[in-house]
Design a protein around this ligand. Structure first.
Ligand SMILES: *Cc1c(COP(=O)(O)O)cnc(C)c1O
Length: 402
């Protein structure tokens, strides 16, 4: 057996903070490492594997499409991207679709779309207001959009045209709006920022403000979309409609794909304004179409809502048992456990050793984003493991405090 960490060290740029685990196979809720050991997966490829690992519907669609047509350029019509676009429009409040390959590419494209709108209808306004602690991707412009200093400082000077303001404050957005503003871009719930859920009226107030000012509301649903929070899209629960929405992560249940969706009036790209070599290619589109169709037809968002409630309830009961858990928050299957100190890495490692994969979203918080097909029994299995690990951690916290 090869020493994969050694190979990584020698040949791979060390951008990822890896756990000491080489995964070689996945099926449903479980993955296996190179020693044949199984793990219950509550990371789900960072909210990507919405139907779990190697779901037969996705695998069949990919194999069939790979035998038929993998790629041609976007100067030709191809069928899978059109079926996917139709399905997205029929099941959302948006009218037009552009397909790309990742989340950052989708948000970057959404900002370009808003700037086109600004040039055409808002006297050249180009500035986009975004939130502190947001995450919109790793391209240079999206680093400027994401209001997190740790992603920005290594790369200054950053592209101009973004104002990062406090999240969950409509007042901060109002104060930052000027004649230069063409759009506001927000996550309905901040994912990478720590599963931060805004007050109920926040998105409604921001949407009303955007409408009043004639500027665009872009919702980045790359993490919250495609069923994650218990409805197909998170905007449905906020009772608002965005002008532009971005999707990626869970859209393809593992296939790399991103999408920009826009209302008719915001769909202002003309031929040649934007493009992609791989975006909307037959292989990725066929996989995403199969995944999305299955998610819609089988009410997978409803499962995320119900099982998510069970997960929240079980974690809440841990909070009453362990006083170093200060908060449990989440919606659907996007959930965080907040500790009173930086113990998340230790908990993740101990859970891994017990056969459960979890994500550390902040030094003092865990994030749960399992496949949306998870059931109550698997939630119980995961929480039982976590409970045992926290029991041990609690003892060592008390010991280290003595
Ligand atoms: C993950 C994420 C992105 C970036 O997606 P990539 O595919 O990694 O480029 C953008 N926005 C949100 C809300 C995300 O969660």
């Amino acid at each position: 057996m090869s020493n994969w960490p050694e190979l990584e060290k020698r040949y791979f740029m060390p951008t990822a903070r890896r756990l000491p685990l080489t995964l070689v196979r996945g099926q449903g809720m479980r993955v296996w490492d190179d020693r044949g050991r199984a793990y219950l997966d509550f990371v789900g490829g960072w909210a990507v594997n919405s139907l779990g690992h190697c779901h037969p519907v996705v695998v069949e669609a990919l194999v069939e499409q790979a035998r038929t047509l993998i790629h041609v350029s976007n100067q030709f019509y191809t069928v899978p991207q059109l079926l996917l676009a139709e399905l997205l429009v029929q099941n959302s409040c948006l009218d037009k679709v552009f397909l790309c390959n990742s989340g950052a590419e989708a948000t970057e494209g959404a900002v370009k779309l808003a700037r086109r709108y600004g040039k055409l209808y808002l006297d050249g306004a180009y500035q986009v207001i975004t939130a502190l602690d947001s995450f919109h991707g790793r391209t240079l412009a999206m680093v400027a959009a994401s209001g997190q200093r740790k992603f920005q400082e290594p790369y200054t000077p950053l592209p101009d045209g973004f104002a990062n303001v406090e999240y969950n404050s409509a007042g901060a957005i109002k104060a930052a709006t000027s004649s230069l503003t063409c759009a506001v871009m927000l996550e309905p719930i901040q994912g990478e920022g720590g599963v931060n859920i805004p007050d109920e009226h926040y998105l409604r107030e921001v949407a009303a403000w955007c409408q009043e000012k004639g500027i665009l509301l872009i919702l980045d649903e790359i993490q919250t979309g495609v069923g994650r929070t218990g409805t197909l899209f998170a905007y449905e629960q906020a009772g608002i409609e965005p002008d532009i929405m971005t999707l990626a992560k869970g859209l393809g249940s593992g296939v790399a794909i991103g999408a920009i969706l826009a209302k008719e009036r915001a769909s202002v790209f003309a031929p040649g304004d934007h493009g992609s070599t791989f975006g909307g290619n037959p292989l990725a589109s066929a996989g995403a179409y199969a995944a999305l169709k299955f998610i819609i037809e089988n009410n997978v968002p409803g499962n995320a809502r119900d099982v998510g409630q069970h997960l929240l309830a079980r974690l809440e009961s841990l909070r009453s048992r362990f006083d170093f858990i200060v908060e449990v928050r989440g919606r659907g299957l996007l959930v965080a456990v907040q500790f009173d100190s930086d113990i998340a890495d230790r908990i993740v490692m101990a859970c891994l050793e017990s056969g459960l994969l979890l994500n550390r979203v902040k030094p003092d918080a865990l994030r749960f984003m399992p496949p949306l097909i998870v059931n109550q029994k698997e939630v119980d299995e995961a929480v039982d493991i976590l409970e045992r690990v926290l029991g041990e951690a609690g003892k060592s916290i008390i010991r280290s405090g003595e």
